[in-house]
Design a protein around this ligand. Sequence first.
Ligand code: ADP
Ligand code: MG
Ligand code: MG
Length: 895
Amino acid sequence: MTTSAQYVYTFAEGSRDMAALLGGKGAGLAEMTRLGLPVPPGFTITADACRVYLATGQEPSGMGLQAAHALAELETAMGRSLGGPDDPLLVSVRSGARFSMPGMMETILDVGLNDRSVTGLAKVSGDERFAWDSYRRLVQMFGHTVMGVDGELFDRALADHKARRGASGDHELDAGELILLTDEYKDLVRAQTGEDFPQDPEEQLARAVRAVFDSWNAERARIYRRREHIPEDLGTAVNIQAMVFGNLGHDSGTGVAFTRDPATGERGVYGDYLPDAQGEDVVAGVRDALPLTELKRIDRGVYAELGDHLRTLEGHYRDLCDVEFTVERGKLWILQTRVGKRTAEAAFRIAHDLCRENVITADDALHRVDGTALTRLMFPRFDTGSGDRPLAHGVPASPGAAVGVAVFDSAEAVRRAAAGDRTVLVRRETTADDLPGMIAAQAVLTSRGGKTSHAAVVARGMGKVCVCGAEGLIVDTEARLFTTSSGVTVREGDTLSVDGTAGTVHRGALPLTASDVGRTLQTGTATDALTGAVLATLAHADEVRRLQVRANADTPEDATRARALGAQGIGLVRTEHMFLGERRPLIEAMILADDDTARDSALAALLPLQRADFTGILAAMDGLPVTVRLIDPPLHEFLPDHVDLAVRLARAAHPDPRDRALLDAVERMHEQNPMLGLRGVRLALTVPGLTAMQVRAIAEAVVSRLRDGGQPYAEIMIPLVGTVEELRLARAETERVLSEVSAETGTPLSCPIGTMIELPRAALTAGRIAEAADFFSFGTNDLTQTTWGLSRDDAEASFFPRYLERGVFPVSPFETIDRDGVGRLVELAVAEGRAARPGLETGICGEHGGDPDSIHFFHRAGLDYVSCSPFRIPAARLEAGRAALPEPADASETR
Ligand code: ADP
Ligand code: MG
Ligand code: MG
């Protein structure tokens, strides 16, 4: 006899550690069951079973039998049978993957109702209206989800009935009306599918389970996964759970509660409650929910019990939890819990508060925040002093300031975003179908729903600004406009400012001002709870991190700002930025020089300017290392555009001979592939005098700083080296100039000379190159381009969007280091470089130096520092700290 794998677990068998198998929802239900919370019983079909189904089109053998067995057990425990005619057991069939994907997959409620059991349910509940309301919900959900009927058709039928009765909400429809509506729904199903709504409860259950499996691959679920970097192959578990009913009248209801405010992190219980309703009504925003505190008035006992459970859960999970609950005739049931999604602000405050409450350690607190969230907090906010009267107030569901033009559907948001516009997506409420538009827009504004509506939950997860339930807004999607309670009309294309922190909407573009967090990071003084939490967490990151953080900065101003933000030096000064603007004619003169004298005088004119640049930067970074890269880009980048020149020459009555010479030079220097052309060290070896001038400028700047009593630590970096021979030659010249300046000034100069590793050949021959290099700095932008054989700008403008869409890579290798390819080159170069020269200093100065995920890689690869744009430094410090922490036992829950 072969025993098949276990595909079905009762809630009593599972636990929180089993999220990979049972999904987050299943693991949460099991954990709450173990804790003795009032959870309706049920069982979970594993994600393994789903994976088999998705791969083969069939449920794994054994699953059916195990599920039937678990159902029989559930029926015995409940003393009722699924869809039984007199007193039916009804169940919900709920999706639930490893990582929370709110509303992205399907859940079907009230499975087990049919033409007979509905009357049984009416009788035992003594509530005919309730029974038919449940049945029509089942036909609607099942018809749409399992049988593929357009959901609009059901909505329209419901709207017709409401209109006929003059009812404003569906709870005003009486039993008779609901019976008619259910019949209509069933006719709809038959007309649309050629099949009757299935009456057999077991068939309903089996098909619902399969539909949940299938919903893993629904378009919106795929989009969500891509955005959240959730792997495609996890599959979803399915939870089958006895139904409890919140739609049994005024002593029933349903809601969502948080143990702390997910928007601000404030302590205390938050949430929404909707009397006489089933769970999905809260999320869908069919009626405006009441604030949770109203439940205290409605049912003190239930409110107190809920509070106890919330405290139990927060204590147990040691984090903000949210729960879905239902009250059935005065009895409280908990239907879901998870470590709740939160805003960046809430993440910092909650982690810091829990640490101060001794619930978690400082390491844990650091683990719970991330660099992306910190960067988000540094974004500017609206200037509250502007005194502008808002158009509307709503729920501040996801904080931040956003300006964009109003659009009224997802497609338009996507279209405009593609054209480079910033938009505000305005909807009555959002559903999963609005996801592409929410991703494309800067902010989301809805006229319905509270803090737990779809719009709020999804926007918070994405870090998008969101105001929902904006009072008095009448959104007319067809006419593409909304009107406010004071009669103002806003049309598609009008500019709006949405303040997700205050919950207000304004016409036009409001002025922006620096964020408190941004300011605090520069001053080092906290001004409120949030800035205090940020500083404390960063201080801990600084304590535990091994990686140093430097800045990429080309001016004294940038260097000063970077230093205030915590930079421990400069990892990359791009000298070519110093040849732009007014200095262009000087470099043009150098390029055009046809003899040594002309060239020397052009270089001599550049020398004092460069020296002043370096002196300023060394002063701003006094006492800290400053790595200066010698000129890197092809020289023709400093010349005017070919077409402009040609036109200018053609138009001029008396052509300027200098223009003619420039045109000749441009034509002579033209390259098919400038990225792979005469640049980097190749310039140093072929353009006489250029390197010498730059090195002299650096050396003289060091001397002048020393004379002023400073502590200058310049490091000279040679770019684009492919072979050690190039480096040897460039190094020899650099050393010659250094000793010249040293002799002239009588100042001993010891200046490390190193190289960029940005060509695969450099990485592969790092052992040789290290013989001539005092340090390595990985130029991961070029290294990515040359490893992949593509030019970033071209690729991003042409095929990258398609590549991302088709999942060739989950994220651009220019954003996050490609560990398997480029990353291996880095690791190899570090290992062989250090073997050849023990203690060789290594760093990274590509864009990846500020990318959270990449920083973890660089930590593990053993680099000494990362270098990034000044504004990314706080995030880099934070991530470097996180990278140094040991993996926490409950890492899975931080997602
Ligand atoms: P989602 O993942 O979209 O939140 P859920 O599986 O949680 O989907 O279910 C949708 C809604 O139905 C939720 O509000 C949930 O609380 C409610 N619900 C699910 N199962 C039951 C049940 N057994 N009894 C009553 N309500 C339920
Ligand atoms: Mg749920
Ligand atoms: Mg480069």
